[in-house]
Design a protein around this ligand. Sequence first.
Ligand SMILES: NC(=O)c1ccc[n+]([C@@H]2O[C@H](COP(=O)([O-])OP(=O)(O)OC[C@H]3O[C@@H](n4cnc5c(N)ncnc54)[C@H](O)[C@@H]3O)[C@@H](O)[C@H]2O)c1
Length: 382
Amino acid sequence: MTTHRIGIVFNGATGELAGRQHLPALMAMRDEGGLPLADGSRLMPDVVLVGRDSAKLEATAARTRFLRWTTDLDTALASPSETVFFDAASSGLRASVILRAIAAGKHVYCEKPIAGSVADALQLQVAANAAGVKSGTVQDKLFLPGFEALLGLRRTDFFGRVLELRLEMGRWIFDGVDLPGQRPSWNYRKRDGGGLILDMFPHWRYMIDALAGPIKAVSAVCRTQIPRRRDEHGADYEVDVEDSVFAQFELEGGGIASVNSSWCTRPRREFAIQVQIDGALGSAVAGPFACWKQTAAEAPGGSISAALPQPASFFDGWTAVPVGPAAVNSYRAGWELFLRHVAEDAPFSYSLLQGAKGVQLAELAYQSSRERRWVDIPVITA
Ligand SMILES: NC(=O)c1ccc[n+]([C@@H]2O[C@H](COP(=O)([O-])OP(=O)(O)OC[C@H]3O[C@@H](n4cnc5c(N)ncnc54)[C@H](O)[C@@H]3O)[C@@H](O)[C@H]2O)c1
């Protein structure tokens, strides 16, 4: 059996998400003998870890057994034996490093948000097209088994006409004073690409477009609820971005999505991200690892008086939708598709233009919040 090596420059290799998801995805592929390709051969990822801190890189190399590492991105990009560039470093630098990688002739794959503005995001797709390199962005959430099941219901028209979608996302993030914050501090600083809208609305765009219909307009209100936090080094800093956002989206087909995103809430429900879709024919609720459905006929009847106890719990009367294995690494699904796209020209749906649509929703949500009004979402092309 033939095995082809594929060199991957992995920027931001010592980061939280890199260590928790992306590197394990590539390690699993390597440890299984490479990614199987259509012609029976295998593609073996050979990663060069790039970061700023030699000690952390050395530790990451030892842990992952991807032994090549460097703090010099330019040298890694200049090496002709690397084919792909991947970026999971902090968001603020993304567009500029991707442009450098494209200029070096690499195929580029990256985390979201792909840029800080729509103009910069579209420039990336234009540059990749002009350079003739393959490109794409991580859109992992719909590979999670619960949301995949929800998408399956939508594809079989279980909902009929979609009327409403509710998305709740949130956690309480400690301010770093008594307990350490669970998110890197750059997420709370504008100059580093922080902000909850820029962070999460790219996900909401592709999820809601696929689950309930394309988003046509946005109305958003945002707040900075916790204005001071303490960083990883014990230094206090001012938060200059939003940490909670209350948004509505108008959908093609007439549906409305209500989307609450907050790092200042203590959830009491199954999942940190939970989506409910109500359609004319049925409803479903899903989190990353489970999905339940209820047809219109199964909705509870009886008195609707809020002052009377209900004979049955609203949690009854729902049927679990079978989902895939809970241990799946949803980021690996994206890697497999992208590497097959590079190696054997397999189709890949998660283009930089798709990533730009996520940035567009974020940009227009900021505008809506600033101007206190609904903002339409125009079609964008590269
Ligand atoms: N797809 C998702 O659901 C998801 C989830 C979490 C994070 N992310 C994205 O992944 C990216 C990283 O997030 P994270 O939580 O891992 O953050 P992190 O702070 O843990 O990691 C960022 C990495 O970038 C490196 N870095 C920062 N500034 C740099 C610079 N100037 N030069 C070189 N390297 C630099 C840091 O050293 C660190 O290794 C962000 O863009 C974030 O939006 C996506």
